[in-house]
Design a protein around this ligand. Structure first.
Ligand code: ZN
Length: 183
């Protein structure tokens, strides 16, 4: 029997995104499974933010428990307290592997998982997945810890093949020059 293919609800909700590309990027080989799981939940918007809980009458307030702003996914990954520093750092890293990228590219890559380029596709998707995973799974956001997580995963990749060599090179440079250059 043929299995009916159901359109994910998010695709109906946001029909203008290039979902074919986004799902392909999500399933790209050599990206850690834990990162993929987080990104899957992020893309499908099934993470229970206070805003979402409030919409479903599960809580009295849509405000972020940490800072009081409206608690959306975008708030969690770009704005909330120290998460903002990691967002700035991830953008700076992206510019290092993709020097002529612009504001729109950073958003499209790090927040949508759909880098509008064919250059360095693996590295950009890998970085975006690591960024989203870190932002959504850690409660304290520290640049050093974020870079450490990236380095650890990049080192595992280096053993498999040389796909990560560019990002590893950048991470090593960052380590030497201190993380201040990111902010
Ligand atoms: Zn907040």
């Amino acid at each position: 029997m043929k299995k009916a293919v159901q359109t994910p609800r998010i695709v109906e909700k946001l029909p203008n995104q290039r979902w074919g590309n986004i799902w392909r990027n999500l399933h790209m080989a050599n990206i850690p499974t834990a990162w993929k799981t987080t990104v899957y939940c992020y893309l499908n918007q099934i993470i229970p933010t206070e805003e979402k809980r409030h919409r479903h009458n599960l809580t009295d307030s849509p405000a972020c428990k940490k800072c009081g702003w409206l608690d959306t996914l975008k708030h969690r990954v770009t704005k909330c307290g120290a998460a903002k520093t990691i967002w700035e750092g991830a953008k700076a890293l992206l510019v290092k592997v993709w020097p002529d990228s612009q504001l729109h590219d950073w958003f499209q890559t790090l927040l949508v998982l759909d880098p509008p380029t064919k250059e360095n596709k693996f590295v950009t998707v890998w970085l975006a997945s690591g960024f989203l995973h870190y932002q959504l799974t850690k409660s304290l956001h520290k640049m050093e810890e974020f870079l450490h997580m990236l380095k650890e995963e990049a080192a595992k990749l280096e053993m498999k093949d040389d796909k990560s060599s560019q990002i590893l090179k950048e991470l090593k440079l960052l380590q030497q020059n201190s993380s201040l250059s990111l902010v």
